[in-house]
Design a protein around this ligand. Structure first.
Ligand code: GAL
Length: 672
């Protein structure tokens, strides 16, 4: 087996440049200068590959794959299903998606085909197998990029029937469905499966069990389509390795499920760097959460399949990345377990909506372009550090529970705050609190295995499955530390409220019992004070304030105002050989770093042996420690100067970490 290497490259769309052979020649030259060693090829090339039904035109691609291979650039070959040719839509209208309002869309855009349509599946099979036959054994093809950013949903008659079949397989009888969804409410009992329709703005949208199952079905059906694509390729090339690109906090697909069908997890990151409301460190933490989630869905190194070397074309304000920030983002990927850093895209398009989206090569086609120079510097850095980093896994320390069914149920429920619960912000607060204490985080869902984690954090675990509640009980009983928040343990897996004490099955573990939950308007807060000297002496609760009765837990903070003054806001409880914290409200961001500094004492060892300056990120990969300077000025740590936005890599030792690599500064000025 070849030793793993860090992969570096971009989406490559030469089908847009076939009339410019000079450009194709320059592409290869510049790829070598930028240290590119992989490209995702032909993601939207279907119309060029099959200009008419059954007439294939693959020779141009063969030539390009050969030339890339000769230049040391491997190929992550795309199946082109993400955008269908016009002939396909015209000849087979059933492939066009139907929206929730039951209107079929016209031809246009992309990522909008029906995942159920047998015709679409057949056409996809034909083109995928043409590609597999022709290129599947090419030594340059190292990976298959299945489609692109699978997503969305279709409500056509074929999908309705598939939904009913899925429900039948899940519940067996219509009576079981009616019970699971509590359809006695408003006389919504379904007489048979044929009466069930997907949620619609002009139809059903109050039966939350139905809506939750529809979300599950859409996720299932999308993954089923992806497996179809994979299996079409594997029928020809049985050992083909496959991946697909996942998206930032994407709601529509359970990525834990999706990852089971893939060899490699990848995602597309488009942070809005330099927005006035956020520091680089804060934006990086937000991205770090996603890196760790994508690492966790397979528990192995991932690729960053797309990111942008400069401004995008689609953000409200598309800012340039300041000098060094592109390198910073690339190094952060590697620090969090990434084995690949790729951009969208290699060369900036000439027309259509993405023509101003930055690319490694800009419209000026120059190698002294600032973006190209920084991309080349990143390629060099990745090549330099590749040996010893690529393939290195991350150890388990703390886990945050991130579960798609919970997200779907939580965000859909009509409850204390229909204005929004900003679940993502709750997750990010815990994540940032842990990261700022130098603790590595992975995510688990309710099918997850908690073995090896010392700390499990369960923020807003509204939908709590009983088998997972049992796992949490066992985890704490056997010595683990649990942090659970307000609005947890409320409903079961079909969104029926649990009866009895809450959080369901965990009141003895937490030593508290929920009695009420109050919702606050935006801008409102409730003051809390600490009873424990180690916690922030005062902090404000926002969003939701849960009022709990103490049943054995020790209060660490209490509310200080409103009728629930004196009720616990933060508690800790001993259970078995472990302990469980309960946080009754959403605190301001500043609370979480000192809070987790307490929680981890005696439980987990921070990545760096001494406190780090603010705006320095620390994370671990195997025995490597990455320190990243998120400031625009140098930072000095224990005799080492880390340049602005640069990283230093150390090896963990019993004593002082040993410095292995100190990334040079990337400097650039428009003034010569
Ligand atoms: C991604 C997509 C790419 C490209 C990019 C632009 O979502 O996968 O094809 O459109 O956005 O930022």
């Amino acid at each position: 087996m070849n030793a793993p290497v860090l992969r570096y490259g971009a989406d490559y769309n030469p089908d847009q440049w076939l009339d410019r052979p000079d450009i194709l020649v320059q592409d290869i030259e510049l790829m070598q200068k930028a240290n590119v060693n992989v490209v995702s090829l032909g993601i939207f090339a279907w119309a060029t590959l099959e200009p008419e039904e059954g007439r294939y035109n693959l020779d141009w691609m063969a030539e390009i794959i050969d030339k890339l291979y000769a230049a040391g650039v491997s190929v992550d070959l795309a199946t082109p299903s993400g955008a269908r040719p016009a002939w396909l839509a015209r000849q087979y209208p059933e492939v066009l998606r139907v929206n929730a309002d039951r209107k079929r869309i016209l031809f246009g855009e992309r990522h909008n085909h029906c995942y159920t349509s047998p015709v679409y599946r057949e056409k996809v099979k034909q083109i995928n197998q043409q590609l597999a036959r022709r290129f599947g054994r090419h030594p340059g093809v190292i990976m298959w990029h299945l489609s692109n950013e699978y997503g969305g949903e279709c409500h056509c008659p074929l999908c309705q029937q598939a939904f009913r079949d899925w429900l039948k397989a899940r519940y067996g009888t219509i009576e079981a469905v009616n019970r699971a969804w509590n359809t006695k409410f408003w006389s919504h009992d379904y007489p048979d499966f044929d009466a069930i329709e997907s949620p619609a703005p002009h139809g059903e949208h109050s039966v939350h069990g139905l809506k939750l199952d529809w979300k599950r079905f859409v996720s299932h059906q999308t993954i089923d389509f992806m497996k179809w694509e994979r299996d079409c390729v594997r029928e020809i090339v049985p050992d083909a390795k496959v991946c697909t690109n996942m998206m930032y906090f994407y709601d529509g697909i359970d990525y834990f499920d999706m990852a089971k069908a893939l060899d490699l997890a990848t995602w597309d990151a488009y942070p809005t760097w330099h927005k006035p409301t956020e520091t680089i460190e804060q934006t990086a933490l937000d991205t770090g959460f996603m890196h760790d989630l994508i690492y966790s869905v397979k528990g192995q190194p991932f690729w960053l399949m797309e990111n942008c070397p400069g401004p995008t074309n689609w953000q409200p304000v598309s800012k340039v990345k300041k000098p060094g920030v592109n390198l910073f983002a690339g190094m952060q990927t590697v620090a969090h377990g990434g084995d690949g850093v790729l951009f969208f895209q290699w060369r900036q398009a000439r027309g259509s909506s993405e023509k101003f989206h930055a690319s490694m090569v800009s419209h000026d086609c120059r190698e002294d372009n600032r973006i190209f120079m920084e991309c080349a510097a990143l390629g060099r850095t990745l090549r330099e550090i590749s040996a010893g980093v690529a393939g290195t896994p991350r150890a388990r320390q703390a886990a945050i529970v991130y579960d798609w069914s919970n997200k779907w149920a939580l965000e859909d429920a009509q409850g204390p705050r229909n204005k929004g619960l900003s679940y993502k912000h709750e997750l990010l607060r815990h994540y940032a609190g842990l990261s700022r204490n130098g603790i590595d985080v992975q995510m688990v869902d309710q099918n997850g295995d908690l073995t090896g984690y010392a700390l499990v954090v369960a923020p807003m675990l509204y939908l709590l499955r009983e088998d997972f509640a049992q796992k949490l009980r066992d985890f704490v009983a056997q010595g683990g530390t649990l942090v659970m928040t307000y609005w947890s343990g409320v409903v079961n897996e079909t969104d029926l409220c649990y009866l009895g004490d809450a959080p369901h099955m965990l009141t003895d573990v937490l030593g508290v019992r929920r009695t009420e939950i109050d919702a606050l308007y935006d801008g409102e807060s409730r003051r809390c004070t600490a009873l424990d000297a180690a916690l922030p002496q005062a902090a404000n609760g926002t969003l939701l304030c849960e009022v709990a009765a103490l049943e054995g837990a020790r209060p660490l903070m209490v509310y200080d105002e409103d009728f629930f003054a004196g009720a616990p806001a933060v508690t800790v409880n001993a259970f078995g050989s472990g302990k469980a914290y309960y946080v009754a409200t959403r605190f301001e961001e500043a609370f979480y770093t000192p809070f987790y500094a307490q929680v981890i004492k005696g439980v987990l060892t921070p990545c760096w042996p001494a406190p780090l300056p603010d705006d320095v990120l620390a994370s671990r990969r195997g025995d490597l420690i990455f320190l990243q300077n998120a400031r625009s000025t140098p930072v000095h740590i224990d005799g080492v100067t880390i340049a602005p936005y640069a990283a230093a890599i150390y090896r963990q030792t019993d004593g002082k970490p040993e410095l292995l690599y100190n990334q040079p500064a990337f400097t650039w000025s428009p003034v010569k």
